[in-house]
Design a protein around this ligand. Structure first.
Ligand code: UDP
Length: 456
């Protein structure tokens, strides 16, 4: 094993849970390989340094107010905001850091692609970290051409929705991350994709994935890049490898306090009997939808554990409380990985964020896939069509009868049972894939070689 004790890395996560988590996980893994870590982060949604006592944390001003909430409505704008407003404050911080210490590499998230040019100006080597799946990133390469050829904006009414996108099979037009965006949002998204593709990190691109899950997309990306492509994932699984396990048992990457009372509740439930319901940190249901979901869950007669984030609702409707009294438990934020690893959980009704998707497949839990925006549609397609460990619910309307039907299909039908069996097999194959993967050592080697060469 290569050790890297004298090399310092700067990692820069965006202030979003689904991006913060994998960046901190990656940093933890690289720290276990001997690198020193400085986390440079925005003041808004900042990580808790006490969870990572071995890292140095440095914040910079981002101009976002503490009361700002990221939602599915403004999500598309946050990347533009960060890329426009954080250039100067970040540069000042980096200048200060490099006066004190040599930096071997800046690892930044693709959502904040401005960092690449800031780092290059300061002669710092860069690695781009893509926190979505490789297949989603690959689809970005198609967007400008689709726009030029008049396919965008792409709406439910577009006649090509169900057709496969040539070169991206099995993705259909409706699985693309720009599906159902209005004209101006589509323009923003294509612009962001184009900008993000024009960035050429000097050392390579890291993906939170593994060859076994996305080999064809990874191969296509390798053909498109001049630099190394490193599939290092699923990161939460690599974190629990023997090297990092002991140190990191308590290192939470959550921006919100997790409610562990749900584990006590799960301990009392039958094996594989509980449906876990969560839409991640950004997507949410409106009040009338919550009521339909509650009736649907209650009528399905299945047990459920449901995350309802407090900022998404003024107060929990009485119908929802009543459904939970009968058959379930509602919490504000779950220790999700522990929940999915629990023997009582038999299904996950999910928005299919990439972290949630990876966590679910790694713990052998089949999914009810209800994607809302961005990469979620791509992930849902992988889960339901490629890996066949989930039910596609993207067309499901949030009405009690449709919810009841989908929940029963997932939890008690023969189809659901087969999916659960496939999910368990897949979990085992992922573990074998992680054991056989050498990308992490290659990544470590690349950074060390670049750093050693630059000091000679
Ligand atoms: N998560 C959690 N508790 C919850 C809901 C979500 O810890 O109650 C975590 C989940 O484990 C995942 C992350 O939040 O790591 C959500 O990321 P994802 O990419 O799935 O979705 P996003 O929030 O970015 O839409």
């Amino acid at each position: 094993m290569i050790m890297a004790s004298k090399y310092r890395l700067i990692v820069i996560p965006p202030p979003l849970q689904g991006h913060m988590t994998p960046m901190l996980q990656l940093a933890t893994i690289l720290h276990s390989k001997g690198f020193s870590i400085t986390v440079v982060h925005t003041k808004f949604n900042s990580p808790d340094p006490t969870n990572h006592p071995d890292f140095t944390f440095v914040s910079f001003h981002d101009g976002l107010s503490d009361s700002y909430t990221v939602s599915s409505k403004n999500f598309i704008h946050i990347s533009s905001y960060l890329n426009t407003n954080c250039v100067t404050p970040l540069k000042e911080i980096l200048v200060r850091i490099i006066k004190e210490e040599k930096i071997s590499c800046v690892i930044y998230d693709g959502l904040m692609h401005f960092i690449d040019s800031v780092a290059r100006e300061l002669n710092l080597p860069t690695m781009l970290f893509r926190t979505t799946c490789a297949t989603n990133y690959l689809s970005y390469h198609w967007l400008p051409t689709l726009q030029r050829n008049g396919y965008l904006p792409l709406q439910d009414s577009s006649c090509v929705c169900m057709e496969m996108v040539e070169g991206l099979e099995p993705l259909r037009f409706k699985d693309l991350p720009i599906f159902n965006l209005g004209e101006s949002e589509t323009d923003i998204m294509v612009k962001q994709a184009t900008e993000s593709l024009s960035v050429k990190p000097s050392l390579g691109v890291i993906f939170n994935t593994i060859e076994f899950l996305e080999s064809s997309s990874l191969q296509k990306l390798r053909n498109l890049y001049k630099v190394g492509v490193f599939p290092i994932g699923p990161l939460h699984m690599c974190m629990t490898s023997s090297e990092t396990q002991e140190k990191n048992n308590n290192c939470s990457t959550s921006l919100v306090k997790e409610d562990y009372s749900c584990i006590t509740w799960l301990n009392e439930q039958e094996p594989r009997s509980v449906l876990y319901v969560s839409l991640g940190s950004i997507a949410s249901w409106e009040e009338k939808e919550l009521i339909e979901v509650a009736y649907g869950l209650a009528n399905s007669e299945q047990k459920f554990l449901w995350v309802i984030r407090p900022e998404t609702i003024k107060s929990i409707p009485e119908e929802v409380k009543s459904a939970a009294r009968e058959k379930g438990k509602i919490i504000k934020w779950a220790p999700q990985k522990e929940v999915l690893a629990h023997r009582a959980v038999g299904g996950f009704w999910s928005h299919c964020g990439w972290n949630s998707t990876l966590e679910s497949v790694c713990f052998g839990v089949p999914m009810m896939c209800q994607p809302y925006f961005g990469d979620q549609r791509v992930n849902a397609r992988l889960v339901s069509d490629v890996w066949k460990v989930g039910i596609e619910c993207s067309e499901m309307r949030i009405r009690k009868d449709e919810v009841e039907g989908a929940v029963r299909r997932m939890m008690v039908s023969e189809e659901g049972k087969l999916m659960r069996e496939r999910a368990v097999l897949m979990k085992d194959k992922i573990r074998v894939g992680i054991r056989d993967e050498d990308a992490l050592n290659k990544l470590v080697h690349t950074i060390i070689m670049s750093s050693s060469n630059s000091s000679t």
